[in-house]
Write a protein that binds this ligand. Sequence first.
Ligand code: PMP
Length: 414
Amino acid sequence: MNAKMNSIQPLDPQAVRPDFPVLARQVHGKPLIYLDSANTGQKPLAVIHAMDRFLRESNANVARAVHQLGEEATSAYEGARDKLAEFMGANHRDELVFTSGTTHAINLVAYSFAMPRLEPGDTILVTQMEHHANIVPWQLACERTGATLKVAPITESGELIVDKFIDLLTPDVKLAAFTHVSNVLGTINPVRALARACRKHGIPSLIDGSQAAPHLPLDVKAIGCDFYVITGHKMAGPTGTGVLWARKEHLQSMPPFFGGGDMIRKVSFSGTTYADPPHKFEAGTPNICGFVGLGAAVDYLSSLGMARIEATEHALLEYATAALQQVPGLRIFGQAAHKAAVISFLIDGTQSHDLATMLDLQGVAVRSGHHCAHPLMDFYGVPATARASLAFYNTREEIDRFVEAIEKVRGMLA
Ligand code: PMP
């Protein structure tokens, strides 16, 4: 833990747990221990109530109704954009495009920004630790334009080799796309330094912030990237919500991705003109209630304080890592110096799916699989891992029970 985090008073999990009703339930007759927050985060009452209230009292379509409910819905939806702009450290609310999640946001950039700029011989730079959502859209763009992907390597401990990344920033690179926090390894990449290097070489950068936004303070201005994407359901919000933040000049230069209602200025059969960003990229009726929920999620996280969330989770990570290291035959994937609270692991002589299934019977929810990161699994030469991902609502007692459950299951599977 660094000195800054050390000086921050961690959150009291017993004070925040009542905010998350699902944490009180039982699974297979055992108290639920939810260690799958990197997959999707649990939702606080503040979000559940905001969505419930919106649907009961203000439900209407946005931007087109002049009646009272329409105005309330529009102001709740656009109010969420203000909250998210502040949460992300954006200069202006118009820099935020609402999407269905990170996957949608990256595809939007791949189709509207990258594809028109790519030619045969060009490249897009990604890293070995990317989620498929930050690989496949670029591959699709490459297939259609004759460009190719370049991959920045990582070390065995799961850290990006920054010098190699910088060496790869040659004139053929038309965009660099990298994750802020790895969903498998927990590695926190030095995004400011990476974005600065890209800028120095005149290369636009896109950062996948899916696993960062729920866990650490964000400031897209200070990072200095060109695009930053987040997904709502991992940060206490509902599924089907996400944000593409982009520099205004990019949004202005990019053609629309989807066409339809709400993204136009004037439609005629001889030609159509488009609305200004961000609405140019928000065709059709959006996930209004979802963004009301995401706005409430951002208020909730901000009320706890992202720096406190980060410090709380870091202390839990250290506690859990130390405990897991005592388990014979347990190997942790991802030992970066700067890590978020994600622990991928395997135990000698067991399959990760068997382990996760048996842990579930003990009430412990962990993920098992390739975590949508086949190239990373290939790097480590394994088909899958088990993954425990922690959040500020987890407790040390839960981690103790998780480790006890592992010991029990290990004995049964050996
Ligand atoms: N990137 C990372 C690092 C992720 O962890 C995830 C979700 N697992 C995604 C992208 C995709 O997010 P979504 O499925 O919400 O679009």
